[in-house]
Design a protein around this ligand. Structure first.
Ligand SMILES: *Cc1c(COP(=O)(O)O)cnc(C)c1O
Length: 391
């Protein structure tokens, strides 16, 4: 790396004075936890994705937990999902005392293979938890078709999929409408927009939305915003077990600014992804590029390439890091981690998880962020090309 060349991170949140200014608002108002900023952020988010209801929570993992509880997942129930995801997906099932049933993925999209779902359904299946991996929409038509035939609810792990779209009844719709029963989003800095940490649940069901609002604040019958504004003394009650899964007003104020630039962010990411495709096809023989189905528009939260078997994933990543370019290996497999291997609280719902495992060991996630310069992207491709010549 020459001194003139900047280190290229794998991702970089796009934050500036606008978010800093926005955070000032709740801080100077004196109301810093879940309050008016959260309520407005929820409304703006619902409008953006076209959802009837949006409920903000502390992160996507807590959103997934509440979504699974809402659709009725109980201890010993089975939930069909993928192992090939961030570990939070499978963990949220275990928080309910339920059993993750892993099925394999499609190698081209890194998403659940709908053809394998039906074979994993048993009398104990209580939900399907599909993941829009790296922002690429799942085949929701196929998934919902199976789910409806078996009367099983569908929860969408849309942690990475803010701003992605799916062709639905001949219209492009944002992920999170939701197309399943409930969708869950993340605002972690590694995702497309960020509030530091944060999450959102969307649904068309007003009862579920009410339930989320109760659970996220300790199951308290009267939200503290209401109690605070009351002219008469009111006593709250706790009709059921709840959690502290609140988002703060400081986070929501930042989120509202981020939402304003979401379309611009997605546009830039799509431009860079397309450019990667052109540059990489030209330069590297046999490299596997991610596939975007005709009916999907990804936000390209991550851009993941597959190296032919003859290459050494780790040596290539190290070479790139030495040249000042950060990468990540393919998405993890939960069933390979000690927290799963040694405990067996899960089962395999398909013949094997071979495509999931191959995606982890053969793939590399390349840098992609909206501020990335064209010249930086060219350098990534050049250095990857150089690494492939050596390893
Ligand atoms: C990041 C991520 C999560 C967890 O999101 P948090 O907001 O960090 O809890 C869950 N599922 C997937 C697919 C993710 O990528």
């Amino acid at each position: 790396m020459s001194p003139a060349e900047q280190f290229i991170p794998v991702a970089k949140p796009w934050l500036d004075e606008r978010e800093a200014e926005a955070a000032k608002r709740p801080i100077l108002s004196g109301w810093v936890t879940q309050g008016p900023e959260v309520a407005t952020f929820e409304q703006e988010f619902a409008d953006y994705v076209g959802a009837q209801y949006a409920c903000a929570v502390s992160n996507c993992t807590t959103a997934l937990h509440l979504a699974l509880l809402a659709v009725g997942v109980q201890p010993k129930d089975e939930v069909i999902t993928v192992s090939h995801s961030y570990i939070a997906t499978a963990n949220s099932i275990r928080y309910c005392g339920a059993i993750p049933v892993f099925v394999d993925i499609q190698p081209e999209t890194f998403n659940i293979n709908p053809l394998l779902i039906e074979g994993a359904i048993t009398a104990h299946t209580r939900a399907i938890l599909c993941v829009h991996q790296m922002g690429m929409p799942c085949d929701m038509k196929a998934i919902i078709d199976i789910a409806q035939r078996h009367s099983i609810p569908v929860v969408e792990d849309a942690a990475c999929a803010i701003g992605s779209e799916i062709l639905w009844k001949e219209q492009w719709e944002k992920m999170g409408k939701p197309h399943g029963d409930i969708a869950c989003f993340s605002f972690h800095p590694r995702k497309v927009i960020t509030t530091g940490d944060g999450g959102m649940l969307t649904t068309s069901d007003s009862d579920w939305d009410k339930q989320f609002r109760l659970w996220r604040q300790h199951g308290m019958s009267i939200p503290d915003t209401v109690r605070h504004g009351a002219k008469e003394v009111v006593f709250e009650s706790y009709p059921e077990l709840g959690y502290n899964y609140r988002m703060t007003d400081i986070q929501a104020a930042v989120g509202r600014e981020q939402l304003k630039r979401l379309s611009e962010i997605v546009q830039r990411r799509r431009f860079l992804a397309e450019r990667y495709q052109q540059l990489l096809t030209k330069e590297i023989n046999g490299i596997g590029l991610p596939d975007e189905p005709m009916w999907a528009k990804s936000n390209w939260q991550s851009y993941c390439v597959r190296l032919p078997d003859r290459y050494d994933q780790k040596l290539i990543m190290q070479f790139m890091l030495d040249q000042g370019i950060a990468t990540r290996r393919g998405i993890m497999c939960a069933h390979k981690e000690p927290a799963y291997v040694n405990h067996e609280p899960w089962s395999c719902g398909s013949q094997s998880l071979v495509e999931s495992e191959k995606a982890q060991t053969q793939c590399i996630i390349l840098p992609l962020y909206p501020q990335m310069l064209d010249s930086e992207q060219e350098r990534v491709v050049e250095v990857l090309f150089e690494a492939c010549k050596r390893y």
